[in-house]
Design a protein around this ligand. Structure first.
Ligand code: ATP
Length: 489
C-alpha cells in the first residue's frame, strides 16, 4: 500500500488507476470522481480501459498489457463494474486481477441506513472479510471416473494467517470491537480446522478485540436473523462469497455497498453491483456503491480526512431524503438523477449526518505488519503410507480388496482400508452404503515409506488390471497424522 507518511497533507497526489467500465460504469464513475475532486482528494488519476471492448478486441482476460502495466505502477485501482460478454471463453477479469496481484482480502462493509433505506435490521453494521485466493477457488477440478467429479479445496497456513491478521488489523484501525470466524471444522477438521486454529492463534495478538468462532451453518443462521450481534466476520473464500451477498442484502443496500480487494501488490476498490445494462445511459443509476468503494480507497491511501468528508456528506444527503430512483420511497424527499445526486453530496461537503452514525475512518490498515508475519517453523514430515484411488466397476468392496491383496503382496505396504465416498466399506462395511465407481484404498507400511515403494505399489495395481486414478500421500507432521480417517473407521 501507499503509506500515509508518503502523502504530506495537500501536496503529493497519489497515483490511482481508474477504470470507467461498462453499462452504468461511466455514469457512476463520473459522479464519484466529481465528488472526490470537490472534496479535495489528492489523486493523480490514470484511466485504463478494461472490460467489454477489451474482451471483444480479442483479449480473453478483459485487461491488456498496458493496463496491467499501469496497475503495477499505481498499485491502486478504482474500478467501475464491467460486462463480460456471454460465451466465447472469456475469463473473469476480477479473478485475473486477483490472482496476478495477490489480492488476498475482500472487505465488504454492510451497514443499514434505516429509516432512510428500507431494511429489517436497522442496527446492522457488519464488515465481511473474505479470504480471496484459496479454498475451492483455485479452480482445480477433475472428472475422475464416469460417475465422480472432484474439486480441490486448499487452505494454507500462509493464506489463512494473512486474512485473519487482516481482519484483526482492520478491526483495530476502524475501532471495531469483535471479530467472529466462521468455519466448518466439525466436518473438515484439517482444512477448516487449520483456519479455525490460526484464528485462535492470531487472536491472542489482539487482546483488546473480542473473538469468537461459530460453525458456518449456525453462524449464517444467526447472521440472517440477528445481524446486529456481529461486528467483523472473517471467513474462508466460499462461505465468504455466499455470506457477503447475504449480508449486503440484509442491510438493504446491495446497490449502495462498496468493497475492497487488498493485496501487497495492488488494492482494488469497486461497487458490489454489476454493470446494470438495463438502466445504462438513462442517468438514473445510484453511484453510492462506487462512492463508498472510493471512501475505502481514500482511507487505504492515507487520505482518511477526505474519506470522512465524503462519507459524512453522503450520509447527510441520504438523511435529507435526496435519493436516486432505486432507493426512492415514502421516506424520500426528492428523486434525483445520478448527476444531481452527486451535486447534492457536493453541496453537503463539510456537513455531518444528524442521525446516522458516521463511523471514524481514522487510519489505514497496517498491511506491512501482515506481510512481515513470521511463518511457523516446519514440522518433521514423514510418509507412512498412501491412499490410492481406483476406478472400479467389476464388483463390490470385497472383490476389489481380494484383487488388491493378491496383487500387492510383495510391495511392503498393507491394505488397511477401503472407503467409498469417504465411508469405510472394507474391512468393515454397512450394507446400507451405496457405492460408486471411485474407491479410496489406503495402504500403510513401516515409516518412512519411500517414493520407490509407492511406485512399485502402483505398478502392481496396474499389472492386476486395475486403474489407479490418483494418489494422496499419508504424512505425519511431528508424529501427528496429516490425513483424515474414513467415516466409520
Ligand atoms: P453481475 O452479474 O454483473 O453482478 P447482476 O445480473 O447481478 O450483475 P446488476 O448489474 O448488479 O445485476 O443489477 C441487478 C439489478 O439491480 C438490475 O435491475 C439493475 O438495474 C439494478 N442495479 C444495479 N446497480 C444499480 C445501481 N447502482 N443503481 C440502480 N440500480 C442498480
Amino acid at each position: 500500500m501507499i503509506a500515509a507518511e508518503r502523502l504530506p497533507a495537500g501536496s503529493i497526489a497519489t497515483p490511482v488507476a481508474v477504470a470507467h467500465g461498462d453499462g452504468i460504469g461511466p455514469e457512476i464513475m463520473e459522479a464519484t470522481l466529481a465528488v472526490l475532486a470537490a472534496a479535495g482528494a489528492r489523486l493523480d488519476l490514470r484511466p485504463i480501459e478494461i472490460g467489454e471492448r477489451v474482451y471483444r478486441a480479442g483479449v480473453s482476460s478483459g485487461i491488456d498489457e498496458p493496463a496491467l502495466a499501469t496497475l503495477a505502477q499505481t498499485r491502486v485501482l478504482l474500478k467501475a463494474p464491467i460486462t463480460t460478454p456471454q460465451g466465447g471463453g472469456y475469463k473473469s477479469l476480477n479473478v485475473t486481477i486477483r490472482k496476478m496481484f495477490g489480492l488476498y482480502a475482500n472487505v465488504r462493509p454492510c451497514r443499514a441506513l434505516a429509516p432512510y433505506v428500507h431494511t429489517l435490521h436497522p442496527a446492522m453494521d457488519v464488515v465481511i472479510v473474505r479470504e480471496n485466493e484459496e479454498d475451492v477457488y483455485g479452480g482445480i477440478e477433475h472428472r475422475q471416473t464416469a460417475d465422480v467429479t472432484q474439486c480441490l479445496k486448499l487452505i494454507t497456513r500462509t493464506g489463512t494467517e494473512r486474512i485473519i491478521r487482516y481482519a484483526f488489523e482492520y478491526a483495530r484501525a476502524n475501532g471495531r470491537k469483535r471479530v467472529t470466524c466462521f468455519s466448518k471444522d466439525n466436518i473438515m477438521k484439517i482444512t477448516d480446522g487449520l483456519f479455525h486454529a490460526i484464528f485462535e492463534e492470531v487472536a491472542t495478538e489482539y487482546p483488546e478485540i473480542a473473538c469468537e468462532h461459530l460453525i458456518v451453518d449456525i453462524g449464517a443462521a444467526k447472521l440472517a436473523v440477528n445481524p446486529e450481534r456481529f461486528d467483523v466476520i472473517v471467513l474462508p473464500n466460499l462461505y465468504g462469497d455466499i455470506l457477503s451477498d447475504v449480508a449486503a442484502e440484509l442491510a438493504g443496500s446491495v446497490g449502495m455497498a462498496g468493497s475492497a480487494n487488498i493485496g501487497d501488490g495492488l488494492a482494488m476498490f469497486e461497487a458490489i453491483h454489476g454493470s446494470a445494462p438495463d438502466i445504462a445511459g438513462t442517468g438514473i443509476a445510484n453511484p453510492s456503491g462506487l462512492l463508498n468503494a472510493a471512501v475505502m480507497m481514500l482511507a487505504h491511501i492515507g487520505q482518511s480526512e477526505v474519506a470522512q468528508r465524503v462519507q459524512n456528506a453522503w450520509l447527510r444527503t441520504i438523511e435529507d431524503g435526496f435519493h436516486t430512483r432505486d432507493i426512492y420511497g415514502t421516506q424520500s424527499a426528492r428523486c434525483l438523477s445520478t448527476a444531481e445526486f452527486a451535486d447534492a453530496i457536493i453541496e453537503r461537503l463539510g456537513s455531518s449526518p444528524r442521525h446516522l452514525r458516521a463511523p471514524a475512518l481514522a487510519s489505514a490498515v497496517d498491511t506491512a505488519h501482515i506481510a512481515n508475519a513470521t511463518a511457523k517453523p516446519a514440522a518433521h514430515k514423514e510418509r507412512i503410507g498412501v491412499d490410492v484411488f481406483i476406478d472400479f466397476t467389476d464388483g463390490n468392496a470385497s472383490d476389489l480388496a481380494q484383487r488388491l491383496l493378491a496383487a500387492t503382496r510383495e510391495c511392503g505396504l498393507d491394505l488397511a482400508m477401503i472407503t467409498n465416498r469417504g465411508t469405510q466399506v472394507w474391512p468393515r462395511a454397512s450394507e446400507m452404503t451405496r457405492c460408486v465407481d471411485h474407491w479410496r484404498c489406503r495402504f500403510t507400511g513401516a515409516a518412512p515409506v519411500s517414493g520407490t515403494t509407492v511406485v512399485k505399489l502402483l505398478a502392481s495395481i496396474e499389472s492386476a488390471g486395475l486403474e489407479a486414478i490418483k494418489t494422496e500421500g499419508l504424512y505425519t507432521f511431528d508424529g501427528k497424522p496429516g490425513f483424515s480417517l474414513g467415516q466409520g473407521q
